[in-house]
Ligand binder design. Sequence first.
Ligand code: IMP
Length: 203
Amino acid sequence: MIRKFSGQTLLVATHNIGKLEEVAHLLEPFGIAVVGAKEMKLPEPRETENTFVGNARIKAHAAARSTGLPSLADDSGITIDGLNGAPGVYTADWAETGSGRDFEMAMSRAHDELLKNGTEQPWLAQFRCTLVLAWPDGHDEIFDGIAQGHLIWPPRGLDGFGYDPMFIPDGYNVTFSEMDRWEKNKISHRANAVEKFVAGCFG
Ligand code: IMP
């Protein structure tokens, strides 16, 4: 049995305003207050696990323990079939330069490695998002979201972020970067996980 959310306030353990707004928007019909990690002046814990769920649990439990509020955290990234699931939890790390993140470099690396190992097209890939809702008593619930698709080269589109310009979701012929933001937000891995969270904890 999935534990239902019964409080007045949900803490969303992210410093990313976009993610906070997305969750707040989807929870509007339930009339609960949503607060972010920045507002609560929470530190960002180190993500030391090697799975999405492991890192999401670190963030959700740290926030629930220090605030006494049920806390929602996510971890996300892209998995590429031809690279045995890489970069996976290291998606952001592939873009690290020492002085900020460079996603053109990260996308080039993915492309170079697919060419180097001779992976045939279509280059299948998935964006993944794991959401964890943790309560102060240590209980948690886990929801996995996925967006299936394939990678293209060269990248296309100006909107979005991260690996969006090289990812075409199944059923479309445009990249996440070429899509209207609201359309992407309807079919994304994050939307998929949030839908499962809402159905599980508020349904
Ligand atoms: P985090 O979960 O915020 O740590 O995100 C991990 C990394 O996954 C980000 O830095 C992005 O590179 C990538 N990522 C997650 N979601 C998306 C997305 O919707 N589009 C493009 N890249 C994404």
